[in-house]
Unconditional design. Structure first.
Length: 397
């Protein structure tokens, strides 16, 4: 039996207008990525209004962490579905996503314009210089939970965990757009080891991924953009920042929609704006095809999250206990963490001025030693870039 929908018959159930308002408020105030989104949703649904029991909310968090794609977005959709069914899920999810989308597209139009002001270029160069440190912080923060899960799952799970992590790191540093195949391969390898499913099913998953990658290789900009956005929304495991290595090889090296410094700006914008980190794909879409490209990329990236919840929410209790889902995540998750850490290498290679390396070192100190917030660190790096350029430091070429 799956999760029930509370519907509209009980007195403590919010109306659709309230769902739009409150989920939109979280979308406007959700600076800091998934941890902030989860905290705000819990405060709203559990602490303030008691719409959900604490156990219900924790089960929802655990289930969304088993799904590919942006977990905090799926949690926002699932909580709205739990309260108001399909219509509530759609309205709540869109209200959560749209504020950040509008903000990030507006900033993208400024940062990616043909002749942006000098201070904008300086702010982008400063914030972009700190992105590699953000990647390392994001990867390190994911290690404890994933490591504990691998130790508990099997006797020698920790050895494979290290292997998957190393493979993901190497793939992010060297393979570019092929990284999604490595994530899938690690997940399938762990699935075979733990569960030994039918080989035909394993082959079919790999065949679908290979076919989709081949289509993206030869198609025009819209199909290519759809493939990149689909990877971000449906094939990303292990936290929001794993989208960075999934996008970088395609956006910069394969399709040349943006330069390396522009991609650093895109990642920084995705971190300092509220709402889902996956909205970074909207900047890539904007670089590829303007506002329409940004809208298309965001729609493709977020559609799987809505589909997962609307189609599968009633069966999520079975997913939490599904050995195959846990086994696949046991391989793909560590590989994704390694990919996040490994993405720091190509992100660092995009830096071209000595002062940017000084900004990167300072950001690493703030994030990894002093444990300051990502948003604060990126804003300080942007201000530092402006100040340094005003003092005579050169802008990146």
């Amino acid at each position: 039996m799956g999760l029930p929908v509370r519907g509209s018959s009980t007195a403590d159930t919010p109306g659709l207008g309230l769902v739009v308002r409150e989920w939109g408020r979280i979308g406007c105030l959700g600076f800091g990525g998934p941890p902030a989104h989860i905290r705000l949703l819990r405060d709203l649904c559990v602490v303030q209004h008691s719409w959900l029991e604490p156990e219900e909310f924790e089960d929802a968090v655990a289930t969304c962490n088993l799904l590919p794609g942006p977990a905090s977005t799926q949690l926002a959709i699932l909580c709205a579905w739990r309260l108001r069914g399909t219509v509530g899920a759609i309205l709540g999810g869109l209200s959560f996503i749209l504020p950040g989308f509008v903000m990030i597209v507006a900033l993208a139009s400024l940062f990616l314009s043909t002749a942006p002001p000098r201070w904008v270029l300086a702010a982008g160069a400063g914030a972009g210089a700190a992105v590699a440190a953000v990647a390392v912080r994001a990867g390190l923060d994911l290690i404890p939970t994933s490591w504990s899960r691998s130790r508990a799952a099997t006797d020698r799970g920790w050895m494979r965990w290290i292997g998957y992590g190393v493979l993901g790191m190497l793939a992010a540093a060297t393979l570019g757009p092929f990284i999604v195949l490595v994530l899938l391969a690690c997940g399938l390898a762990e699935l075979l080891i733990r569960v030994r499913p039918e080989t035909t099913r394993t082959h079919s998953v790999g065949a679908v991924a290979l076919f989709a990658w081949a289509v993206g290789s030869v198609a025009g900009v819209w199909t290519a953009l759809a493939w990149v956005a689909f990877k971000v929304g449906a094939l990303s495991y292990g936290g929001g920042f794993v989208i960075v290595p999934l996008m970088q090889g395609d956006a910069v090296e394969r399709y040349h929609w943006m330069t390396g410094p522009q991609f650093l700006n895109a990642v920084a914008l995705g971190q300092i704006t509220p709402g889902p980190v996956v909205l970074t794909i909207a900047v890539v879409g904007f670089a590829a095809a303007g506002v329409l490209g940004a809208s298309f990329a965001a729609a493709v990236a977020f559609s799987p999250s809505f589909i997962f919840v609307l189609v599968g929410a009633r069966h999520f209790d079975r997913l939490r206990s599904n050995r195959k889902a846990s086994a696949f995540l046991g391989g793909a998750g560590p590989a994704a963490i390694g990919a996040i850490l490994g993405s720091a290498i190509p992100l660092s290679r995009a830096l071209s001025e000595p002062w940017q390396w000084a900004v990167l070192a300072t950001a690493a100190l703030l994030l990894l030693v002093l444990r300051r917030s990502t948003v604060l660190t990126l804003l300080l790096a942007a201000v530092g870039g402006v100040v340094l350029v005003l003092l005579g430091a050169p802008l990146p070429a």
